[in-house]
Write a protein that binds this ligand. Structure first.
Ligand SMILES: [Zn+2]
Length: 153
């Protein structure tokens, strides 16, 4: 499963413009976003700062960390200490995927593309839950205002 959209469609240095029918007109612009795309549900421009895969810099960091651990554990484990590379790789990639999946749901409409690929009904339920909580949040200030009016009278 790959959540990465085709990067050739939208250049990463180009910030997306709000469409006339998008839900949010003023969006936060990420400076170092790895992925730019439009939300399929509300057509608001979106950007994700975290990449789901390790970069070249991350690979160099993994190699350096592994070499230090091999030097430390060589007297005990000898060359079997190279297994640390795969442990570090799995941990780093798992952490990066967690960060990426955290950013995938749209903050404006609640649409989650990763859930849509797995289970459409669950994605629909999450969007409905998002709007229910948002409606409850919007209703809360008016409820407080009316209760304050009662206190004043
Ligand atoms: Zn959206």
């Amino acid at each position: 499963m790959s959540l990465e959209p085709n990067r050739n469609l939208i250049p990463p240095d180009q910030t997306l413009k709000s469409l006339p029918n998008s839900l949010e007109k003023r969006i936060y612009h990420f400076k170092k976003a790895t992925t730019h795309f439009y939300c399929p549900l509300c057509s608001t421009p979106r950007a994700i700062a975290n990449s789901p895969r390790p970069s070249v810099k991350n690979h160099i960091q993994m190699i350096l960390t592994t070499s230090v651990l091999v030097l430390l554990f060589y007297p005990i484990m000898e060359w079997r200490a190279l297994v640390f590379f795969f442990i570090i790789w799995a941990g780093l990639e798992g952490f990066q995927r967690l960060l990426f999946k955290r950013d995938v749901p749209c903050p404006h409409c609640g649409f989650d593309a990763s859930w849509y690929k797995k289970d459409v009904r669950e994605a629909k339920r999450r969007v409905q839950e998002f709007w229910k909580t948002r409606a409850a949040e919007k209703a809360l200030p008016t409820a407080n205002a009316s209760s304050q009016e009662k206190l004043n009278n």
